[in-house]
Design a protein around this ligand. Structure first.
Ligand code: AHR
Length: 497
């Protein structure tokens, strides 16, 4: 921290790729994420859909270029038996969603629905398999069902159910939160279970290598990472997960809108913790895997508040304000800057649950401030990271303080440089001097900004465009120097050519 905001960006010889998979999403059978969010049923006459999948949602998500979508949970995944969700819909068993509100799950959205939807979205599926209450056989049969093109009982069943060719799914989660809802296991026990499951997770297609992801630590449980990295042979481990939510206190989370500056500050503090978590888990991973073969996969992140008044507490439905835009912008900057190890991540969750990018109400749909940040940041997907050094002023509140500015930068395949800047200061604009060194010459700068009148502003079904990105004119380029005035609580993405 310092008395001025200065960023030095090395513009020559970029090396690390910012994996597009950092910009992944997560859809659980929870509240109205799947039912009412993605899926309205094939007989719905009110909401335009393709085989029950909302058309408006597909169009909106396509604009984000979402690289992967995790499904069916979350905690739900370790209660999910995939065979319940294939075959004739009227014959599928109705089960209780024990984790999320105790509601009836009619299994009308299953494997075919999800994987076909991923094709519509142009995104890669990431299937979270049931380890907590499933069996090795159940998982190997799921793999065979979705990935095998030859003759086998499961591929024959898939064909009977209307799908000739396998979908070839690469990303597989081996359980979820094994330390908690996934089985309350100790890390040594889970490491053994993982080894057993992973052994039988055959790459049926032989053309797309399976990327297996181990259930990772709960926030700062560094011992979990230590044990898994030590005890699981790395050739069977594509990624190790990590979950971190920006929650003030689990028993007093505070409202999603109408929060105080104190609550805002506390949320920002939790969001900033991601930097420390990524650094410390990475350090442990470096010890066992200096070549960085195993990815750190932050497959659940985002803000978590009290549910909206009058809604089912088990549905985790919350509004989304500029505070969420701040979480998204700074978290994605953290992931970009650690792209050598963080190679996949999933915002929780896509629609109507936690830090959603989309909210729906029957036939209505709105895009949240978080959606707009994801859309503005898509320029970083698969671009080359430009390393930067950042000195920032403080955002002070009471006796505490946080870095006010965060940033990341990349150069894309067309040679365009993008810089994303976030100012979390609730009151003050930040003047930022950006020093571009390394010999690249830039002629123009343009950009967009996402901000609002107040921190608690949000989009509603009546005012869906209250918050949206607009052109940004407060960046001045002179020689190798760029000066930017970043308004309070705003996200700016610049393009230099
Ligand atoms: O995203 C909501 C829940 O949070 C997930 O089901 C679980 O994995 C986590 O605890």
């Amino acid at each position: 921290q310092g008395t001025a905001n200065r960023i030095s960006i090395q513009t020559s010889s970029p090396q690390t790729t910012i994996s597009k998979h950092i910009y992944g999403h997560f859809a659980e059978h929870l509240g109205r994420c799947i039912y009412g969010g993605f899926y309205v049923g094939e007989s719905n006459t009110k909401v335009p859909h393709v085989k029950g999948i909302r058309k408006d949602v597909i169009e909106a998500l396509k604009q984000l270029n979402i690289p992967n979508l995790r499904w069916p949970g979350g905690c739900f995944a370790d209660t999910y038996h995939w065979k319940d969700g294939v075959g004739a819909k009227d014959k599928r068993p109705k089960i209780v969603n024990v984790w999320w509100g105790g509601v009836t799950e009619d299994n009308s959205f299953g494997t075919h629905d999800f994987l076909d939807m991923c094709e519509l979205l142009g995104t890669e599926p990431y299937l979270a398999a049931n380890v907590g209450s499933g069996t090795v056989q159940e998982l190997t049969e799921w793999l065979q069902y979705v990935n095998f093109g030859g003759v086998s009982p499961m591929s024959a069943w898939r064909k009977e159910n209307g799908r000739e060719n396998p979908w070839k799914v690469s990303y597989w989660g081996v359980g979820n939160e094994a330390w908690g809802c996934g089985g309350n296991m100790k890390p040594e026990h889970y490491a053994n279970i993982y080894r057993q499951y992973a052994t039988f997770m055959t790459d049926w297609s032989n053309s797309n290598k399976l990327f297996r992801i181990a259930s990772g630590a709960n926030g700062a449980d560094y011992n979990w990472t230590e044990v898994l990295m030590r005890d699981i042979p790395h050739h069977m481990l594509g990624g190790l997960a990590l979950h971190h939510y920006s929650v003030i206190e689990w028993n007093s989370k505070g409202p999603a809108t109408g929060f105080s500056e104190e609550q805002y500050f506390k949320t920002m503090k939790q969001a900033w913790r991601m930097e420390e978590l990524v650094q410390r888990h990475s350090t442990i991973m470096d010890k066992y895997d200096p070549a960085k073969r195993v990815a750190l996969v932050v497959d659940e992140w985002g803000g978590w508040y009290d549910v909206e008044p009058g809604t089912n507490p088990g549905f985790l439905y919350q509004q989304n304000t500029m505070r969420d835009a701040m979480i998204a912008g700074m978290t994605l900057n953290i992931f970009n800057n650690h792209a050598d190890r963080v190679r996949m991540a999933n915002l929780a969750q896509t629609i109507n649950v936690l830090q959603a990018v989309i909210l729906t109400d029957e036939e209505k749909m709105i895009l949240t401030p978080t959606y707009h940040v994801m859309e503005m940041y898509k320029v970083h997907q698969d671009a080359k990271l430009l390393p930067l050094a950042l000195q920032t002023k403080d955002y002070a509140f009471g006796n505490d303080k946080l870095p006010a500015v965060s940033a990341s930068a990349s150069v894309d395949a067309q040679g365009r440089t993008h810089i994303s800047l976030v100012n979390i200061d609730a009151k003050n604009a930040q003047e930022v001097s950006v020093d571009l060194f390394g010999g690249t010459t830039y002629k123009t700068v343009s950009g967009r900004v996402l901000t609002a009148k107040t921190l608690t502003d949000h989009n509603t079904f009546d005012k869906p465009e209250n918050i949206k990105p607009v052109a940004f004119n407060a960046a001045k380029l002179k020689g190798g120097a760029l000066n930017v005035t970043v308004p309070p609580f705003s996200v700016v993405v610049l393009e230099l050519k």
